[in-house]
Design a protein around this ligand. Structure first.
Ligand SMILES: Nc1ncnc2c1ncn2[C@@H]1O[C@H](COP(=O)(O)OP(=O)(O)OP(=O)(O)O)[C@@H](O)[C@H]1O
Length: 305
C-alpha cells in the first residue's frame, strides 16, 4: 500500500518579479513502513517539500496524499496522523523534558502512558533528565526529545527534516537504529539529510537538487547506474592536483572526496600515462587506485548532467 503519493508538486516563493522555484514539479511514492530518504544539499527544497506534505505550506501546483488523505482538502486529518520533526529545534526551551512531552500528548488528546511502548526506547535515554529544561539539553538529547514528541500521538507517517544535522557521530548512529525499530512497528518514515553516507541506511532514496529529483530508487540501484571507472588520487599538493586533474585529457570529471580526489575516467584511459604526467608536474607522495563508486559519485554525475 502506498503511504505517500506525490504528484508533480510545485512550490514557488516571492513575487512575480523575483520568484524562487523551490520545488519544481516533483513526483514520487513511498510504501507503507518504508524508510525513504530525501538526500540533497542545503537549498535543494527538502524543507519546502516536507512542509507541504505536513500541511504547513500550500503547494502552488500538483497534488499529494499522505496515508490516503489529500494534503490540501484533508489537511485536518493529516495533522492528526503525521509526526513532524522540523530541522530547527522547535520545542519549548523553557519547559522541561517531561513538560514538553506532556504538552504534545495533551494537544493530541493522548498521554505519555498511552503510547509509552512506542517512545520507550528513545524516551528512556532522556528520562533521567526529565526535570531539565529542553533548552539545556545536549544536541543529541534535544534530537531524542524532538523525536519522542513527534511520536507521542502514534503517527502513521513520520517526517524528519535533517534530524542528524549537527549531531555527533555516535548519536547519529543511534538515531538511525531507532528509525529502523520504528519502521518495524509499521510507521512510514520520510527523512531528509544532506549526508550522502546516510543514503545507504534507507530502503529507498530520492536525490534532490535545485527543486528537482535527479534520481530515485534503492541505494544499490542508484550506485549501479554509475558505470564509469573512478580513480582515487592523492598527492602532496591537493589543491594544485585538483586543478591539474580538471584539465587532464583522459579525465571526464574530478572533485574532492575526503582525503582523496575522485577522477572519473574516460573510456580507454591509461593509468601509467596519468602517473607519468603527475611525476612530470613534480608531485610527490602520489597514491592512485581504482575505487568503488558510491552515491556521492552518482550525485555529482547527475548534477553535472
Ligand atoms: N519563505 C521563503 N521565501 C523565499 N525563499 C525561500 C523561502 N523558504 C525557502 N526559500 C528558498 O527556497 C529554496 C529551497 O529551500 P528549502 O529550505 O526548501 O531547502 P532545503 O533543501 O530544506 O535546504 P535547507 O537545509 O537550507 O533548509 C532555497 O533557495 C531557499 O532559499
Amino acid at each position: 500500500m502506498k503511504s505517500v503519493i506525490v504528484n508533480d508538486l510545485v512550490k514557488n516563493y516571492g513575487t512575480k518579479k523575483a520568484v524562487v522555484n523551490a520545488v519544481k514539479g516533483i513526483s514520487f511514492e513511498v510504501e507503507k513502513a518504508e524508510l525513504f530518504g530525501i538526500i540533497g544539499p542545503d537549498g535543494a527544497g527538502k524543507t519546502s517539500l516536507f512542509r507541504m506534505l505536513t500541511t504547513l505550506l500550500l503547494p502552488d501546483g500538483g497534488n499529494a496524499s499522505v496515508d490516503g488523505s489529500d494534503i490540501v482538502k484533508d489537511f485536518k486529518a493529516i495533522r492528526n496522523k503525521v509526526g513532524y520533526m522540523p530541522g530547527r529545534f522547535s520545542l519549548y526551551q523553557d519547559l522541561t523534558v517531561e513538560e514538553n512531552m506532556n504538552f504534545f500528548a495533551t494537544i493530541f488528546n493522548t498521554s505519555i502512558e498511552e503510547n509509552y511502548d512506542l517512545v520507550k526506547d528513545i524516551y528512556v535515554q532522556i528520562e533521567p533528565f526529565k526535570k531539565r529544561r529542553a533548552g539545556k539539553l545536549s544536541g543529541g538529547m534535544k534530537q531524542k526529545l524532538s523525536l519522542s514528541c513527534a511520536l507521542i500521538h502514534r503517527p502513521t507517517v513520520l517526517f524528519l527534516d535533517e534530524p542528524t544535522t549537527g549531531v555527533d557521530a555516535v548519536s547519529r548512529k543511534e538515531f538511525w537504529e531507532m528509525l529502523k525499530r520504528l519502521k518495524q512497528q509499521g510507521i512510514t518514515i520520510l527523512v531528509s539529510t544532506p549526508y550522502m553516507d546516510e543514503a545507504s541506511l534507507c530502503d529507498r532514496v530520492a536525490l534532490m537538487q535545485n527543486g528537482q529529483i535527479l534520481s530515485s530508487g534503492t541505494p544499490a540501484a542508484i550506485v549501479n547506474a554509475f558505470k564509469e571507472t573512478v580513480l582515487a588520487i592523492k598527492a602532496d599538493n591537493m589543491y594544485r592536483l585538483l586543478n591539474d586533474l580538471a584539465t587532464y585529457g583522459d579525465i571526464k570529471d574530478s572533485y574532492s572526496f575526503g582525503e582523496y580526489h575522485h577522477a572519473v575516467m574516460k573510456e580507454g584511459y591509461n593509468e601509467e600515462a596519468l602517473k607519468k604526467y603527475l611525476q612530470q608536474q613534480n608531485y610527490t607522495q602520489v597514491e592512485m587506485h581504482v575505487t568503488k563508486p558510491g552515491i556521492e559519485d552518482r550525485f555529482m554525475q547527475l548534477m553535472k548532467n
